[in-house]
Structure formats: C-alpha cells, structure tokens
Design a protein around this ligand. Structure first.
Ligand code: TYM
Length: 335
C-alpha cells in the first residue's frame, strides 16, 4: 500500500448523513482518482460531527454508513488507508495540543463558525469554535502534502498552515506544510433550490440536495424542479444566472465537457431538455455507487474488519508525529 516516493494525500468527511452530490463532486470523486498516484489516507470525521447534536444510535449508524459509502464510491482499502477518526486516539490528543497553539482571534474569524453558530444558536459549543484546530491536527499528524477538499474548506487549510508554521517556528521543524487540492470541476456545488448557498447534507429542504443514494426517478425529479431563471438560455454566468451555472458546473464535472461545449449542445433548446440531460448524467454516475452500497452495508463483519485494520495502521503512522510533538512541547513521555 505505502510507497515512500509517493506524496501523501489526506482528507476527511463527516458522518452527518448520506453524502451529497457536492461532497462527491467536490471531494470524494477526486479521492478515488488520487489512489493511483499518491499514498492516500481517508477518514470518517466522527469527532468533528460531535459539534452538532445527533442521536447516539443514529451517529453510530451514520458512521458505519459513511465508511461503506466511501468504499462504494471506489475508495479501495487495498490501495488507501481508510479509517474512523475516533478509532485513532492520536486525533483527540493532537487536537488538544493544537487548541493550545490556536489564537482566539483567528478562530473567531472562521466563516464556518460564524455560519454554523448563526444556524444553531441554541448549541454554540466550544467544539464548534475549536473545530479548525482539531482539523489542523488531523492533517499535521500524517505529514500530508495535499488535502483534497471543496472550496468551503479553504479557510481551514490556511489556518492549518498558519498553526503549523507557528509551531515549527516556536519548537523547531516538525510539520510539513500541507497544500489544498481543489478539483477543477465541481469544487463548489450549490443548492438546487437556492443556488447562492452550497449544497449541504443538513439542508432541511430535500429538493435542494441530491443524495448519492437517491434513485434515478428522484434525481430526475429534483433536477426538473431546480431553480433557474426566466431567460431560457443555457449560458454560464454565475452572478446573473446562478441556477443554470450550477447545473452547468455539475454537468461539466460529470461529462468533462467545457462550458462552451455545453452552451452549444443546448443552444436553441429550453431548460426542460437541459435539466433532463443533467439529471440523467447524474443518475448514470450514481447508479453503481448505490448498487455497491446496498451490497456493502449488508456485510457488517467485513466493514468492521476493514475499520480495525485502518485504525491500527492510522494509529501507527500518527503516533510517530504525536510522539515528536509531545517531546518538542515538553510533555514528559510515559515510560
Ligand atoms: P464535510 O463533511 O462538510 O464535507 C466533506 C467534503 O465535501 C466537500 N463539500 C463540497 N464540495 C463541493 N460542493 C459542496 N456543496 C460541498 N459540500 C461539501 C467539503 O469541502 C469536504 O471536502 N471539515 C471537513 C472534514 C474534515 C477534514 C479534516 C477534511 C475534518 N478533518 C481534515 C480534510 C482534512 C468537513 O466538514 O467536511
């Protein structure tokens, strides 16, 4: 699996519901492609999901499902290291150390914190505030070179680099500075009902979001009711035509066609034809994932075995960095 000459890729996803088309096009699909050329480490960020309240039984189920979904999307445990974050205790320990290296001011500027605390005013917990420090720890533990994420995570990556730079400066060089890796197409998929906000697992309007397990009929229906405009012209203009542009971004990400090619394909045709074509392309792309998932989720002992293998290997790798960090900050190592 591991090859010392290859660069390290690391990324995570929260088990807060079935992945959306945004998660898939913005992140997971590129994770699959990267498996051939990099040492890839992918994990289910269950500790991060604790920043929102989820029924404990549901959290367990969603974590198992998220693990199965990664495999269903083509993440191969023979090629990549796949694990559940809380199965490797180094994350929680490193998270605390990173908390102590983070400043209140910089955490206060995080847009995700501002957005999420506005959305859930009844549960603005400390974990939501220090979320980026835990995320920095996730990345730095594995000395990752690249972190493939959607555009919404840019600020957290910059924060990670800032913390790593400061740590290296204070305690001596320990961390490699990770770079973001943003897939060209599909880096930001917007809601089908409000194309000015991102497609999100937590959206309460089911028509706004495509889940990667939606069946063909549902997908076609959701695209049919996607918000567009009254111009009836397929043209890429994210400011003036955010709905149509979002559908074009999705279509382009899946088919590989450029915006110009899409514009000429639908020249003179109405939005009905265009929406049906986008819906069909998405349904065709997601069908094998749905079928793989249905098979994998039945096989609980296989999933548990893969999780166990992943946890052992992840702990072995992360512990090397954590031990170095503890020595540098002056924590007395247990003998
Ligand atoms: P999460 O679970 O919100 O999303 C997982 C990945 O999907 C991307 N994404 C999108 N991309 C395009 N369009 C969208 N509408 C869209 N919605 C989500 C996200 O950018 C992300 O790449 N903080 C992370 C999880 C995490 C992590 C890490 C990632 C924890 N530790 C360390 C990388 C490295 C998150 O909440 O992702």
């Amino acid at each position: 699996m591991e090859n010392e000459t290859k660069k390290i890729i690391l990324s995570g996803i929260q088990p807060t519901g079935v992945f959306t088309l945004g998660n898939y096009l913005g992140a997971v699909r590129s994770w699959k492609k990267m498996q051939e050329d990099y040492n890839c480490y992918y994990f289910i960020a269950d500790l991060h999901s604790m920043t929102i309240h989820i029924d404990p039984q549901k959290r367990r189920q969603q974590t198992r499902e998220a693990f199965a979904l990664l495999l269903a999307c083509g993440i191969d445990t023979e090629k990549s290291l796949v694990f559940v974050q809380s199965h490797n205790k180094c994350h929680a320990e490193m998270g605390w150390i990173m908390d102590c290296c983070s400043q209140f001011g910089e955490l206060s500027r995080m847009t995700q914190f501002k957005d999420k605390s506005a959305k859930h005013p009844d549960n603005i917990n400390a974990g939501l505030f220090t979320y980026p420090a835990l995320m920095a720890g996730d990345i730095l533990l594995y000395q990752a070179d690249y972190v493939p994420v959607g555009a919404d995570q840019t600020q957290h990556l910059e924060f990670t680099r800032d913390v790593a730079t400061r740590f290296n400066h204070t305690y001596g060089e320990v961390f490699k500075l990770p770079e973001g890796y943003f897939p060209k197409a599909g880096a930001r998929v917007m809601s089908l009902q409000d194309p000015t906000s991102k497609m999100s697992k937590s959206d309460t309007n089911p028509k706004a979001t495509i889940s990667i397990l939606d069946d063909e009929k549902t997908i076609l229906k959701k695209f049919k009711s996607a918000v567009t405009d009254s111009e009836a012209c397929v043209r890429f203009d994210p400011d003036k035509k955010p709905g149509v542009s979002n559908l074009m971004t999705i279509y382009s990400a899946i088919t590989g066609k450029t915006m110009e090619e899409i514009e000429s394909e639908f020249a003179g045709k109405g939005y009905g034809d265009f929406k049906a074509a986008v819906g069909q392309a998405v349904a065709d792309e997601l069908r094998p994932i749905r079928e793989n998932f249905a098979r994998l989720i039945q096989d609980r002992s296989y999933l548990e075995e893969e999780m166990k293998k992943g946890a052992e290997r992840a702990t072995y790798i992360a512990n090397k960095t954590l031990t170095k960090v503890k020595k540098r900050v002056g924590l007395l190592l247990a003998k």
